[in-house]
Every structure is written in structure tokens, then in C-alpha cells.
Ligand binder design. Structure first.
Ligand code: GLN
Length: 282
């Protein structure tokens, strides 16, 4: 095999330079700074061939996060595998909004439904070590990944529960100050499922295999009886689902229904509070 340096190898990958660089950093186990400083060092043949394999997989569409095994979210490094959805930057809005709801509360109780990699629950747990956090997932391999992330990141205040939405919890699954979820909300047959990273992600984390609102409906309808008075429910949803989710929240008897826009200007999360004194339907 031809001798390579980072400078000669990176442009051969058929990838944007920043992606090729991330893959080579992963193969060599080095930082970006190191790689740039050693741009003309000779690479050993094994590193070159491992890089070539990863680059080919990336060219075939596999997400960078699965190839390197991690993704950063809320400033923390989360392990990811094809068992879990790759954390998205826009989901940080859900975490930040949830944290704002917990301001001024001592030792709040928090629930994250469908935790996947654990990115949301663990970010909340690390920002609020006094909180008691429950995290659920229907997938055992997702829960194993979430547990591994909690351990690696030192989040000790989370318990993990396996099951479909509310059925994951026993009788202790009530009295929450905050419930959050980033559920599957893409309608079955949506073309996005056949594009980009989504082709490689667990379909059960992306689609409800129905109209896109099935999981959102289940979550909203179960929330009222599990929230403390004054507690909040916040949900991530699709770019065109905000009005429908607000309607579900209103119909369930929650108050102060609203949505927040992500950095792209899209109404990305919707939420509401439980205030029994104002509620007409309970
Ligand atoms: N935001 C993801 C996407 O459209 C979908 C995540 C989800 O279904 N919860 O790429």
C-alpha cells in the first residue's frame, strides 16, 4: 500500500474534509489539534486501511455518530449505537425548557419517556443532581446504552424502566414536576425515513408506524394524572405538528399551552402545565 500522511490521505476519502478528519481522529485516537500538528507524519498501514473502511461506510451513508460511537449533546459525550437515535441539536431546546420549569423547585421529580441514549434524562440529571429522574424505553438495548451513558457521565440520580410509554412505570410513576419526551413522531411512509442518517437509525425511535401523532397522543393522555399540580409536560414533535400537539394538550385538560421554536425557527416543542384549580375537565 502507498505511504500516506494525514495531508495526503484525507482528500482521498471522497468525503467533506471535516468528516474525513473526524474519522481519522477516531482511528488514531487523537484530537483535531494533534492531527493538524502532525499533518505530514507518516501513517502506519493499519491506520490507513481502518480509515479506508470507515470512509467507505460513510460514503455509503452511515451516520458519523455510529461510525465513531459517540455524539455530543448539551456539552456531554454520549455513546451511541444503531440501537438508539442519534441525539439532535434541536432536542437541547427540550432540555433547556425542562430545566427552566424546574427553577426554584427542590428535589424535583422528573420523567423522560422513551429515553433512547439517555441524552435528555442524563443532561437533566447532571444539571440537577438534586432531582429524582425516571427514564423509560421499550427497547432493552436502548436502556443498556442509556445506563452505560449514565454511569460514564456520573449521573447517579436516574432509575431506568423498561416498557412502552406509561406501561413502563409501576404505581410510583406519578407526582412528577416535569415530564419530557422526544417520541417517534414521523408518520409511516414519510420520505424522510428513507433519507440520510434516518435510514440507519432504529425505526421504532423515529416513526409510530401510523400518522405520526400516535405516541404523542398516548403520552399526552396519560400525563394529567401523573403530574403534580404546577407540573409541566414538554414534548418534541415534527416541524408541522405544533398545532395538533397544542390541541391534544388543551383537550387533555392542561393549561398554559404553548410552543417554542428551535434555532431554525421551527416550532419544535410544545408543552403545558397542570393546574387543577383552572381545569374544567377534571
Ligand atoms: N428529529 C428527528 C428527525 O426528524 C426525528 C426524531 C423523532 O422522531 N423523535 O430527524
Amino acid at each position: 500500500m502507498q505511504t500516506h500522511t494525514p495531508r495526503s490521505l484525507l482528500p482521498t476519502a471522497g468525503l467533506p474534509l471535516n468528516e474525513a478528519r473526524i474519522l481519522l481522529m477516531h482511528v488514531l485516537g487523537v484530537s483535531r489539534t494533534w492531527l493538524i500538528a502532525h499533518d505530514t507524519d507518516t501513517l502506519d498501514a493499519q491506520a490507513v486501511s481502518r480509515f479506508a473502511v470507515l470512509a467507505q461506510r460513510r460514503v455509503a451513508g452511515e451516520p458519523i455518530a455510529y461510525l465513531v460511537g459517540w455524539r455530543e449533546f448539551m456539552g456531554h459525550v454520549f455513546k451511541v449505537s444503531p440501537a438508539v437515535l442519534i441525539p439532535r441539536p434541536e432536542t437541547e431546546l427540550l432540555v433547556e425548557t425542562g430545566l427552566a420549569c424546574l427553577d426554584g423547585l427542590e428535589a424535583p421529580r422528573v420523567l423522560d419517556l422513551g429515553t433512547g441514549s439517555g441524552a435528555i434524562a442524563i443532561s437533566l440529571a447532571l444539571a440537577r443532581p438534586d432531582a429524582e429522574i425516571l427514564a423509560t424505553d421499550a427497547s432493552g438495548s436502548a436502556l443498556a446504552m442509556a445506563r452505560a451513558n449514565a454511569t460514564a457521565l456520573g449521573a447517579a440520580n436516574i432509575s431506568f424502566w423498561r416498557g412502552d410509554w406509561w406501561t413502563a412505570l409501576d404505581d410510583s410513576g406519578t407526582d412528577f414536576d416535569l415530564i419530557v419526551s422526544n417520541p417517534p413522531y414521523i408518520a409511516s411512509g414519510d420520505v424522510h425515513l428513507k433519507q440520510g442518517d434516518l435510514r440507519f437509525e432504529p425505526s421504532g425511535a423515529l416513526t409510530d408506524y401510523a400518522d405520526g401523532l400516535a405516541a404523542l397522543r398516548t403520552i399526552v393522555s396519560g400525563a394529567v394524572t401523573r403530574l403534580k399540580p404546577g407540573g409541566a409536560l414538554w414534548l418534541e414533535h415534527g416541524y408541522d405538528q405544533a398545532q395538533e400537539v397544542r390541541d391534544l394538550l388543551t383537550a387533555s385538560g392542561l393549561q398554559s399551552v404553548g410552543s417554542h421554536r428551535d434555532l431554525a425557527g421551527i416550532e419544535r416543542i410544545s408543552g403545558a402545565f397542570y393546574n387543577p384549580t383552572l381545569s374544567s375537565s377534571h
